[in-house]
Design a protein around this ligand. Structure first.
Ligand code: TNX
Length: 547
């Protein structure tokens, strides 16, 4: 018999099964400190638990001996007992309880005729990593608020706790700015989008694309996430990837008279903000608006990736400013610029997060968190330099890459990142020193949205690879042999939840992308991308003056 206790995903630290089960019919009561009991009821909306007294079926208590996000769950004759280190721990205990219920608990309403029981046993659990995230690019393709809220629901189900929102890029600015209204009025839409593949003659869809979150939307998303133990990490990617900003405010660019457009194609653009004080003042104001809406903002991502610095080098005004600052190269100026922003964020109580190029440029604050997207080598260097590191490598955490090198697969950015690749990932590799490993605070998967036009595609790209990522970040990874069978059981939960994930044996006919979206194998191979990126980080390293 498959026992419910062995079907949990991510796998808990310890599980003990006992014969017997406890009935938890609709109307069963939950008791305990209000914040914790509420968290349990939020995590288990079905079968409709109610607040109750000391004889409640589910009793929650805070136990300071358990660490952050840790919990114990015991089910026996006298009901369900939860001990949690904090509110998040109680929420996760309840997520585990939800997995022990019949899969119909994942529906939005309690169906009649379901036997709402949970097996006897005990779970003691805590996460291996504190940063367990998903990155969602809403700049390339805007996703309406409801899709973001739904992604939060799915992160919570998988005990993932960070939602990194990529709010600005060349192809769109996605948040209201009262101080700089042209950002959302002009920067949030483009008249058309490229639909051809890399290397082909460009073809455009001639369909306008746009959208942005009001500050109230953003506040709502952040509050909704917080209630589900998810921290929103906003990102404004600068100084590169700046076409949408410059379309709105060209005076923030290097050549103020130049006209910019919100880009209608992908790739790296040379559009870059000027590093002069006006741009820093602008960004400080906009960061303040966003942080004010999000509320508690422990982390704020400032990008720093893929900057073409040629325009800075060619500008006499910027060169004079650089010399005035005593900086030798444009690379130093890139580092200095991001450092100023990080310092401004620190004054507001937020730690800066950057892509790895910013680490390679140097001068980071010691508390800046580095996301090595170009691979583990640069991640290791950041860890060795004493930075907290969140693993974000293209392979195997770029979920915009196709899940198989197959003509059945809808077009991704390249081939292939499989569920097995993700499950085999170890965020803190064994061959690093203990000190380096200790600097890895977690990992997150990236949903770059060049080829994610809507919520259905988002589901397809995110799951079940996201289930494997959740297993790895909760347990420390890599996943064991029992992951496969547990994942199969877990997909039944996602079916009940209404998730259009990618079936393990390949896409359904309507998930293949259709027409021009059909994938041609071998266009971009993820292994080649990783080798190329690794070479780039080494090249950058060897041309840098030693610090
Ligand atoms: C690289 S990772 C990017 C993104 C693209 C992505 C596509 C990073 C910091 N930059 O701008 O969307 O590749 O896979």
């Amino acid at each position: 018999m498959i026992c419910g206790m062995n079907r949990l995903l991510p796998r808990p630290r310890t599980v003990e099964s006992r014969p017997g089960s406890f009935a938890l019919p609709p109307g069963s009561a939950v008791a305990g400190p209000a914040a914790l009991a509420d968290a349990v009821r939020l995590a288990v909306p079905v079968p409709d638990l109610r607040p109750g007294g000391p004889d409640a079926a589910v009793r929650v208590e805070e136990d300071a001996r358990l660490g952050p996000e840790a919990y114990e769950l015991e089910i026996g004759d006298d009901g369900v007992r939860i001990r949690a280190g904090d509110r998040a721990g109680a929420f996760y205990a309840a997520q585990t309880l939800l997995q022990l219920l019949p899969v119909d608990a994942y529906r939005a309403a309690a169906l009649p005729g379901v036997s709402w029981t949970v097996p006897y046993g005990r779970v003691a659990d805590a996460p291996a990593f504190s940063w367990r995230g998903a990155h969602l690019d809403v700049a390339r393709n805007f996703l309406p608020k409801r899709e973001v809220l739904r992604l939060v629901d799915l992160l919570a189900v998988h005990k993932l706790n960070r939602l990194h929102l990529h709010l600005a890029d060349d192809q769109g600015w996605r948040v209201e700015s009262p101080a700089y209204p042209l950002l959302h009025e002009v920067g949030s839409h483009r008249p058309r989008t490229i639909v051809s593949h890399y290397g082909e003659e460009p073809v455009f869809d001639e369909v306008p694309h746009g959208g942005y979150y009001t500050l109230a939307d953003l506040a709502e998303i952040a509050a909704y996430a917080r209630a589900r133990a998810v921290t929103v990490v906003p990102e404004i990617d600068v100084p590169g990837h700046a076409s949408a900003i410059l379309a709105a405010y060209p005076e923030l660019g290097v050549r103020p008279g130049e006209r910019h457009r919100v880009l209608d194609r992908w790739g790296i653009s040379p559009a870059i903000l000027s590093p002069l004080p006006a741009a820093v003042a602008f960004l400080t104001t906009v960061f303040g608006e966003i942080a004010g809406a999000v509320g508690d903002v422990p982390y704020f991502h400032i990008g720093g990736d893929e900057c073409v610095l040629d325009d800075w080098a060619a500008s006499p005004e910027i060169s004079a400013y650089r010399e005035e600052l005593g900086l030798e190269t444009v690379g130093d100026l890139h580092a200095w610029f991001l450092r100023r922003l990080a310092d401004a964020l620190a004054e507001r109580g937020s730690r800066a997060v950057v892509w790895d190029e910013a680490f390679v440029s140097g001068r980071l604050r010691q508390d800046t968190i580095v996301m090595p997207w170009r691979g583990p080598q640069v991640g290791r260097r950041a860890a060795a330099a004493g930075h907290d590191v969140v693993a974000t490598p293209v392979f195997p955490l770029y979920f915009d890459y196709a899940e198989a090198a197959s003509p059945e697969e809808p077009a991704g950015l390249g081939d292939a990142v499989t569920v097995a690749d993700v499950a085999a990932f170890a965020p803190a590799p064994q061959d690093w020193t203990a000190g380096e490993r200790a600097r890895v605070i977690g990992a997150q998967f990236q949903l770059w949205s060049e080829r994610i036009p809507d919520g259905r595609t988002l589901d397809y790209r995110a799951w079940p690879r996201g289930c494997a990522a959740a297993e790895v970040v909760w347990t420390g990874g890599p996943a064991g042999e029992d992951f496969g069978p547990r994942l199969k059981d877990h997909l039944a939960r996602l079916d009940a939840f209404g998730v259009e994930y990618r079936p393990l044996d390949g896409p359904r006919p309507w998930q293949r992308g259709g027409g021009w979206r059909r994938h041609r194998p071998g266009v971009v191979v993820v292994g080649d991308v990783m080798r190329h990126l690794d070479e780039l980080t080494h090249a950058a390293d060897s041309t840098r003056p030693s610090m």
